[in-house]
Design a protein around this ligand. Sequence first.
Ligand SMILES: [Fe+2]
Length: 344
Amino acid sequence: MSIDPLAYRTQAVFDRELAGPFAERFYAGADPDFPEVDCYKSFLIGPKVVTVRRTSEGLRAFGNVCLHRSNIIDPLGAGKRQFRCGFHGWSYDSNGDLSNVPFSDIECVKSISLPKYHVSQSSGLVFVGVADAPRLDKISTAIERIGLNIGVPFFKKSIVHECNWKVLVENILENYHLNFVHRETFLKSGFTSGSTHDWESDEYVNLGSITPKAETSKLATIRRLAKNATHCYRHAYVFPNLFLSNTNDLIGFISYMHPLGPLRTVLNWELFELPVMTALPNAVKEHIRDEAVQFADQTLAEDKAMVEACQMGISSDTPSMQLQPIEGRVIQFHEYYNERMSNA
Ligand SMILES: [Fe+2]
């Protein structure tokens, strides 16, 4: 059964999604985002403002609202800074406890500890769990299956989509639309709606691959640049907010959603080199990198127009959803979502 159209635009459902699936396993970043002590990433999980920081004791996640006057301590985004509020200098230690309160009367400080959240890692990926440790038991197999080796990004960008997060998931999980939406990108690269696609799922992980048929394969062209490359696109979706992909064993891609409201979703995306590419001469790498950035940027712009138009239709008085067998991954997503939300 498909997801109820009301779930794509109702604040009450959105609030339940944040308090349920998103609070249980929220992808926050990868190892290279936290190279040194005081590197942080700060973001919203619904009404919670969370910061994940590298401390002298390892990665920690805290509520990011100052105990003094509720200023946000680490500005939203990423960076490296002392854990100190910019408003009046209240500082926190690696346990989230107040360590310095300048010019104060200590009698007026009753609350001394920030909320703490669970932070766990698997295969170089970092996740937050608000109430309990996030379940990550299927992540390392998924990463292995798609041949990913998480590296330092050579490009990062964020795009705001005026649509519900689930419309983005549905778009990313099927290649049916390649012939129609991506004529200038995927199609020219040999990936078509008719390419061989395989997929499998295991609860919160959904894996897929696209292999061009012989007549559209660009393998010979790709191998002229990189002899160990493949011509295959492998993808993993980790419910609810993370997407990973491997293109031709050359380019790794991470994208993750920050849902801001029922009709507003930020998609952050990053590209990094895979080992086959790292071994290539610099001039070739530069060429492949430039092409990958241009390809991803254009593809995501093409998708943005489509998903925002779909959201208008879903929000209309005549929404419709007739999923086809070629969209098996979307059907699995709907089933898993409905099951999760029935207990959330
Ligand atoms: Fe697309």
